[in-house]
Write a protein that binds this ligand. Structure first.
Ligand SMILES: [Zn+2]
Ligand SMILES: [Zn+2]
Length: 294
């Protein structure tokens, strides 16, 4: 059970000082900022082509948000534990409309290889797409394959992020408990971010952020064997927090130190750090939406 419990907005949050335990996503500028940051990071980068490609996906998400926003009717939630639990929430067909919108937009300037993937998705039946989405959300990436997963996840994330942004909730935090999973949709965090000196985990699906005290493993909540890795200096704005208890790591992005950082974009552009930490025997616990396994 997650110890950050979203509760109806009428209820008092109850005595945890000034720390906001849950920050719901703000749609305004989310995808346009990400696209712009990906393009900035692409300059002179070894992965420039892929960063530009990711920017085009973020652009397409931005356009869809304007052109085909979530219908007002889609507001039903589950109970107050993970109200948008990705494995339990009945999905509105609207998410497939988003996927088709993404496919149509990206087909315009797709390479032959990407075109083949996109056309495969366009021809898939509605039932096939639901099966793929179920597999992806349950972490069965091999059943989907990373090529298709990228586009399906981008559509699902756009759906869940809009749902999360509209939740009439705030959250209260209980002591202790497990906080590895998003209190809104129960998926894994993509990265950690430091905001106003506080550490939040950022959901890789619905983009909500939830508080977890610093110097605690985001995967197993142990505190004894943490190390911090960076490629340049102690003052680096991107570090990897590794845990010798569970042999995992998650990146930490210091948004406080560099306001230009964008969590998903900068995580993707700093894979050289992942390679170093993985060489030390740690495996990544967070999933970047642009870098799904399978
Ligand atoms: Zn989430
Ligand atoms: Zn751990």
């Amino acid at each position: 059970m997650n110890s950050i419990r979203p509760t109806p907005v009428e209820q008092p949050s109850g005595g945890i000082g000034r720390i906001e335990p849950l920050l719901l996503p703000r749609l305004d500028g989310l995808y346009s900022r990400r696209a712009a940051r990906l393009r900035t990071l692409a300059e002179g980068h070894a992965m420039a082509d892929y960063l530009h490609f990711a920017a085009r996906i973020a652009d397409a998400q931005h356009q869809l948000l304007k052109r085909a926003p979530l219908p007002d009717a889609a507001n039903a939630v589950l109970d107050d534990q993970a109200p948008l639990d990705a494995l339990a929430l009945p999905r509105d067909r609207y998410w497939q409309q988003l996927l088709h919108g993404l496919v149509d937009t990206l087909l315009a300037d797709a390479t032959p290889r990407v075109r083949a993937v996109l056309e495969g998705l366009r021809e898939a039946s509605s039932a096939q797409l639901e099966t793929l989405a179920d597999a992806l959300l349950a972490g069965r990436h091999a059943e989907v394959g990373s090529d298709r997963a990228l586009f399906i996840w981008s559509a699902l994330s756009l759906y869940w992020t809009q749902r999360a942004a509209r939740l009439p909730l705030h959250a209260s935090a209980g002591p202790g408990g497990q906080r590895q999973l998003c209190p809104v949709c129960a998926q894994s965090p993509a990265v950690s971010v430091i905001i106003d000196g506080l550490r939040y985990l950022q959901c890789g699906l619905c983009e909500s952020r939830w508080h977890l005290v610093r110097a605690t493993c985001s995967n197993c909540e142990q505190t004894g064997k943490l190390d911090y890795w960076s490629l340049d200096s102690k003052e680096a704005t991107i570090k990897a927090e590794s845990c010798g208890d569970c042999d995992s790591y998650l990146k930490v992005l210091y948004l406080d130190r560099d306001r230009q950082l964008e969590a998903i974009a900068d995580d993707l552009a700093s894979l050289a750090l992942d390679a170093e930490v993985e060489r030390q025997g740690f495996s990544r616990s967070g999933l970047n939406p642009f870098l799904l396994p399978g």
